[in-house]
Ligand binder design. Structure first.
Ligand code: ADP
Ligand code: MG
Length: 599
């Protein structure tokens, strides 16, 4: 069965549910849909983007209160009263308000890292809850009653069956668009946020903006859930928007499986149903009333988190005979635009006095080097000499403590790696940085992220509605071409993490090439390769050189370096101790001393 068939079968089941199930179950399913909508935002935000938020309930409240206030208040200025005349206008108003709030909160807090970010979500989650409870016009802790039902072309949605359809329509639309988004250019960037930010930035992804985008998107989904909730309940008080509920939403996403959109639905269903069941059965078992379900629930939660770290969805998915269709490559797709080649003899990279201090340690000490167009240059030196740090300083991963670095005439010291990538420098990492669960194809396509990029908002909208399939086909075709070029053509659809280390390095070379660079920095590209693979890599590098691409590489294998490079720089203790043709450098006394430790 293909995922598409399964999805259609699921939609048919949803459509038939109100005819088959009792009223009580339909109401419960309605709630599950509402919760799943919020949990879906958390899948995107937490499971995929790596940003933990305890505060989503506050955004649900924002959507609910906006519509409740606008549709019930009697003393509003005329323009606000006009918005309150239709529940659809109030939905738009709620979304705009949530957008403004999420942008403001996101801009303030998303820069925080580690546990500070989740803590800040608790902080604003609690404050918004008290705003709902303490503002007189919002009805205080007693709440607002008399909220009208949603009306569609004059027809009021009052029955729980109709409400069920409306909720699940929104939910399914959100699931489909989120899935589409994750399959697009911006979605790949989002999937790289968790654990791959340094790499993503070096490939031209604006990770701060991607983080803000998913934060806003998750908030908007929560807001829609709140709007639906207000008109289903027809009554509102602050309780469902407290931090407790914020924590519960996070549980839903994590228990269901925060790595997959369907995990949101599964988590919402499992938690809602089991809570209901515990509430009904526990008092009978124990023979006295009390919140025992909270205790049992807490224990169950710990067990699930211990036994199924990725949530329940992956366990369930194992039983479903799904044949995931590998993505097809359209070799005929129009190639991506290429940047202007540097002219022969152009000085691409000029480094002078580059210094990098880590506290008291001077890892790079007044380093100088130059790379011209169409040259292959090696940077060698004993372990800890400062070669990788030099790469990090040159490529913008680290900001140098001092020194001047020019790339194609532009001073780049202190610029972000994204800006430097945009100028045409691309790199690989000594400790490979790839997204192990994503396919080789997707990993390499991240390299082409910045090419012919329509911008974040357009990219996300087009991605969500699958309007960028031609653009996506071009990206994937380019990625496939580069994968073929480095000799990984047979691994296109394999998970990147399943490749042996040597091939992961080649993947990084392909990813760097997908960025269409004029200067390539390769940090130990041949480490872990077999002899034949090394020869193939050397051939590839020569071919790139012939195309006018300059290469700066760190490599330990002297045989590999000697036949290949035009010039060699030798570093020791952060300083340049020698430079010149490979043969001359190999005989240099200072170099022998650095490597062998004897004068
Ligand atoms: P190489 O690549 O030549 O083997 P590195 O550039 O990785 O050497 O490291 C140079 C020195 O800088 C080493 O002593 C290393 O321990 C230190 N170093 C590298 N990165 C950091 C860092 N982020 N913080 C502190 N020290 C570092
Ligand atoms: Mg190194």
């Amino acid at each position: 069965m293909s995922p598409r068939h399964l999805f259609v079968a699921f939609v048919v089941l949803v459509a038939a549910a109100p005819a088959l199930l009792p009223e009580f179950t339909i109401t419960l399913l309605g709630y599950i849909g509402l919760y799943a909508l919020v949990a879906l935002g958390l899948v995107l935000l937490t499971g995929i983007g790596g940003l933990t938020s305890f505060g989503q309930a506050a955004f649900v409240g924002l959507g609910a209160y906006t519509t409740a206030v606008l549709t019930t208040a009697t003393t509003l200025p005329p323009w606000l009263a006009w918005i309150g005349s239709s529940t659809w206008f109030t939905l738009v108003a709620g979304l705009l308000l949530t957008l403004a709030f999420a942008l403001a909160i996101g801009a303030l807090t998303l820069r925080l890292s580690g546990h500070y970010l989740p803590l800040s979500t608790i902080a604003w989650g609690i404050s918004l809850y008290f705003v709902f409870g303490n503002l007189e016009p919002l009805g205080g802790f007693t709440g607002i009653s008399g909220v009208p039902p949603i009306s569609i072309f004059g027809h009021e949605i009052t029955s729980s069956r109709e409400m069920f359809y409306l909720i699940w329509l929104f939910l399914l639309a959100a699931i489909v668009t989120t899935r589409n988004l994750l399959d697009s250019r911006e979605g790949r960037a989002i999937r790289a946020l968790r654990g791959g930010r340094v790499m993503a930035e070096a490939m031209g992804v604006n990770t701060a903006r991607s983080r803000l985008a998913i934060f806003v998107l998750a908030a908007l989904q929560a807001c829609v859930s709140g709007w639906l909730y207000a008109h289903m309940q027809r009554f509102l008080n602050p309780t469902p928007f407290s931090i407790n509920m914020g924590i519960e939403y996070l549980f839903m996403a994590v228990v269901g499986g925060a790595g997959e959109v369907w995990g949101a639905l599964l988590g919402a269903a499992v938690i809602t149903v089991s809570k209901q069941w515990l509430q009904d059965t526990l008092p009978q078992l124990i023979g006295q009333a009390g919140n025992f379900e909270a205790v049992v629930f807490g224990i169950a939660m710990v067990i699930v988190l211990q036994r199924a770290r990725d949530g329940l969805w992956p366990l369930l998915a194992r039983w479903v005979p799904l044949k995931a269709g590998a993505r097809t490559i359209d070799a005929g797709a129009a190639p991506l635009r290429r940047r202007a080649r540097p002219v022969a003899g152009e000085r691409l990279l000029e480094v002078e006095g580059a210094t990098m201090r880590f506290g008291g340690l001077v890892a790079v000490d007044g380093m100088a080097l130059e790379v011209g167009a169409g040259e292959i240059v090696a940077l060698i030196g004993p372990n800890g000499a400062g070669k990788s740090t030099t790469f990090n300083v040159v490529s913008g991963v680290l900001e140098p403590s001092a020194g001047s670095i020019r790339f194609r005439g532009t001073p780049i010291a202190g610029r972000s790696s994204r800006e430097i990538a945009a100028l045409g420098m691309s790199r690989t990492f000594q400790h490979v940085k790839l997204l192990p669960r994503m396919s080789v194809l997707d990993n390499v396509a991240i390299g082409a992220h910045a090419r012919d990029n329509p911008g974040l908002l357009r990219g996300m909208l087009a991605g969500a509605w699958r309007l960028e399939r031609r653009d996506e086909a071009r990206l994937l075709a380019e990625a496939a071409r580069q994968i073929e070029r480095v000799g990984l053509g047979g691994h296109l659809h394999d998970a990147a993490g399943a490749l042996p280390l040597g091939k992961q390095r080649l993947l990084e070379v392909a990813r760097a090439l997908a960025a269409d660079p004029c200067l390539l920095l390769l940090d130990e590209p041949a480490a872990g390769l077999r002899l034949l693979e090394k020869r193939a890599l050397a051939d590839l590098l020569r071919k790139l050189e012939a195309e006018g691409i300059a290469i700066l590489l760190v490599e330990h294998d002297m045989d590999f370096v000697m036949g290949l490079v035009d010039r060699v720089y030798v570093m020791d203790f952060g300083q340049k101790i020698c430079e010149g043709a490979p043969e001359a450098v190999q005989r240099d006394a200072r170099v022998l001393e650095a490597y062998l430790g004897v004068p």
